[in-house]
Write a protein that binds this ligand. Structure first.
Ligand code: GDP
Length: 315
C-alpha cells in the first residue's frame, strides 16, 4: 500500500501557510525592503540571494536559483516584481521536484513497520503519535512500539498518546532491550490485527556507536520477523536547529539508511528554507512535516504548496 498525500486540499495549504508564517514574514519584509526591483538591478538580486541564504536554504541552491533567474530575466524587458517572484517560486520548486512516489510511505509488509530515528528532542515520540493518528484517519490500524527504553519519560509519553488515540502501545520497562520491544510489537500486531507497527527509538545512548548498533539490531529483528527491513525508516529532524539538522541527516544517513525524513517544528522557525537545503544536500526526501504540537499537525509534504507558502505566492 502506498500512503501519500491527498494534500492538494485547502486544509493542507492553509496549514502550510500558517506553519510557515515566521519564515514568510522574514522573507517578505526583506522583499519589501528591496525597493527598486527590476530585472536590471544587480544589487536587488544580491539582496534577494542573501535573503534566501538566511532562510537556511543553503548558499549553493540560492546561488544556482538566482543565477538562473538573472539569465531568464536578462533576455526580457524590465519585469514586474510579481513575475520575478513567481518565477523564483517555480525555480525553487524545480530544485525539490521529484516523483510523487518518492514522497509516499511505501507500506507493503504485513504488518508494515515504520521505524522513527533521530536525536532526542527533535519530536520523535510526538511524531510517532501523530503518525498513528494520520494512519488511523486513512483507515489503517496502527500499533505503537516504545523502543526508546533509554528514557522512562518517552515510554510514559507514548502510553499517554496511545490512550488518547485508542491505539495499543507495546512497552517494556525502562532499560529493557529495544529490539525485544520491536519483536513483541510485531507479534502483538499480528495477534491483534494491526497492520502497521510504528517504532519509536532512542535518540541518545552512552555513545553514538552504541546508538547505531542498537538501531541496527532493531533492524535485524524486523527483518527476521517480517522477511524485510522496516518498510520505512524515517529520520526525524527539527527544522529549528538549522545547520545541525543537516549534520544529523549526514550522521544517520551513513548508519541506518533512512527512507525519508520527517521535518518537525516548521511552525516554530523563520528558517523554513532548510527543507530545500536538506533535500539538495542529502538526496533524501522530506515525506512528512510537523506544523504544530497537536495530534493532527503532521502533514504529507507537497513541494508546490510548500514553495507557495514560503514565498507568499497566490494560487
Ligand atoms: P523526542 O525526544 O524526539 O521524542 O521529542 P518529543 O516528541 O518529546 O518532542 C519534543 C518537543 O517538541 C515537545 O514539546 C513537542 O511538543 C515538540 N514538537 C514536536 N513536534 C513539533 C512540531 O511539529 N511543532 C512544534 N511547534 N513542536 C513540536
Amino acid at each position: 500500500m502506498v500512503f501519500g498525500s491527498n494534500a492538494s486540499g485547502e486544509g493542507f495549504l492553509s496549514k502550510m501557510r500558517d506553519g510557515l508564517k515566521k519564515t514568510r514574514r522574514r522573507l517578505q519584509e526583506g522583499f519589501e525592503a528591496i525597493v527598486d526591483f527590476s530585472s536590471s538591478d544587480e544589487e536587488a538580486f544580491e539582496e534577494l540571494e542573501a535573503l534566501l541564504v538566511q532562510s537556511d536554504m543553503g548558499a549553493r541552491v540560492a546561488t544556482e536559483v538566482l543565477d538562473e533567474l538573472r539569465r531568464e530575466l536578462s533576455s526580457r524587458e524590465a519585469s514586474e516584481r510579481e513575475q520575478i517572484f513567481s518565477r523564483l517560486g517555480a525555480l525553487l520548486s524545480e530544485k525539490i521536484r521529484c516523483d510523487d512516489r518518492d514522497r509516499q510511505l511505501l507500506l507493503s509488509s504485513d504488518p508494515a513497520v515504520i521505524m522513527l530515528v533521530g536525536v532526542n528532542g527533535v519530536g520523535k515520540t510526538t511524531s510517532a503519535a501523530k503518525l498513528a493518528h494520520l494512519l488511523k484517519e486513512r483507515g489503517r490500524k496502527p500499533l505503537l512500539g516504545a523502543s526508546d527504553t533509554f528514557r522512562a519519560a518517552a515510554i510514559e509519553q507514548l502510553r499517554i498518546w496511545g490512550d488518547r488515540l485508542g491505539v495499543d502501545v507495546i512497552s517494556h520497562d525502562f532499560g529493557a532491550d529495544p529490539a525485544a520491544v520491536a519483536f513483541d510489537s510485531i507479534k502483538a500486531a499480528r495477534a491483534r490485527g494491526a497492520d502497521t507497527v510504528i517504532l519509536d527509538t532512542a535518540g541518545r545512548l552512552h555513545t553514538r556507536h552504541n546508538l547505531m548498533e542498537e538501531l541496527a539490531k532493531i533492524n535485524r529483528v524486523v527483518q527476521r520477523e517480517t522477511g524485510c527491513p522496516p518498510d520505512e525508516t524515517l529520520l526525524v529532524v527539527d527544522a529549528t536547529t538549522g545547520q545541525n539538522a543537516l549534520r544529523q541527516v549526514e550522521m544517520f544517513a551513513g548508519a541506518v539508511a533512512p527512507t525519508g525524513i520527517i521535518l518537525t517544528k516548521l511552525d516554530g522557525t523563520a528558517k523554513g528554507g532548510i527543507v530545500i537545503a536538506i533535500e539538495a544536500e542529502s538526496g533524501l526526501r522530506v515525506k512528512l512535516v510537523g506544523l504544530g504540537e497537536g495530534l493532527s499537525d503532521l502533514e504529507p509534504f507537497v513541494e508546490e504548496g510548500f514553495v507557495r507558502a514560503l514565498l507568499g505566492l497566490e494560487e
